[in-house]
Write a protein that binds this ligand. Structure first.
Ligand code: 6GU
Length: 229
């Protein structure tokens, strides 16, 4: 799977994702991530990419042309390779709030383009032309779309075949059945007087499984009762 990120801060995106499990997946060619610098597509002599908003008001607005040209360059590459017209996800607090089900849906795509805005947003005309999905990561304000894009790429990439070592590990984690994960313990058996629950040392796999399910339900009721509905 290929992730294409249109951004004014390509190094932020690459540095943030080129580590740990996602970094390994890139090295193992399970996924590709490219960050395209929108500024490279500015035709302005000073590489300007923003301007004052029509109608007045605070802040600057990203101009349509550099965004459009950056998008076109990526789209052309995808189509030349025989891919189909990609989904374009615009990172915006005005979008649908990202969710595990959406990650699962997006993980089926061969290519996805993430469009990251800055300042007071992007000229609406180019958004109308290229965006297929408006997506948010929650009801709070961020300074740009890079962190949301990185969050979404991480959650989508880990669902791609071969990205996680253990095929099963994806299935049994939080939200798999709308339940939170059970608590985990490792050595030593006693830490500052606190013991590991005895059932986990019993060797009785059936009992362990049952305990974990109970803990998952208890934890979900306590912490995220909204998931139980
Ligand atoms: Cl996706 N983008 C921006 N700029 N701010 C956000 C967001 C996205 N989701 C929550 N806040």
């Amino acid at each position: 799977m290929r992730f294409h990120v249109l951004t004014l801060f390509p190094e932020m995106v690459m540095d943030g994702l080129d580590t740990s499990i996602i970094g390994r997946a890139i090295k193992n060619e399970k996924i590709e991530i490219e960050a395209v610098n929108i500024r490279d597509y500015s035709k302005d002599k000073h590489k300007k990419v923003d301007d004052y908003p029509y109608g007045g008001g605070a802040g600057m607005v990203m101009q349509a042309e550099p965004v459009y040209l950056a998008y076109k360059a990526v789209e052309e590459k995808i189509l030349e390779r025989g891919g189909s017209k990609p989904r374009v996800l615009y990172m915006t607090p005005q979008g649908k709030v990202f969710h595990q089900r959406m990650a699962e849906e997006f993980a089926k795509e061969e290519d996805i383009i993430f469009l990251c805005g800055h300042y007071e947003g992007i000229d609406e005309r180019v958004l109308e032309m290229i965006v297929t999905d408006n997506v948010s990561i929650g009801d709070y304000v961020l300074t740009g779309g890079e962190l949301p894009a990185m969050v979404m790429i991480d959650s989508i990439a880990r669902l791609v075949d071969g990205v996680l070592n253990n095929d099963d590990s994806a299935k049994y984690e939080s939200f798999a059945n709308n339940l939170l994960e059970y608590p985990q313990y490792t050595r030593p058996e006693e830490f500052m007087g606190m013991k590991v629950p005895a059932v986990l040392l019993s060797g009785d796999h059936k009992k362990v499984e049952q305990w974990r399910e109970e803990e998952s339900i208890k934890r979900t009721k306590e912490r995220r009762p909204d998931l139980m509905e």
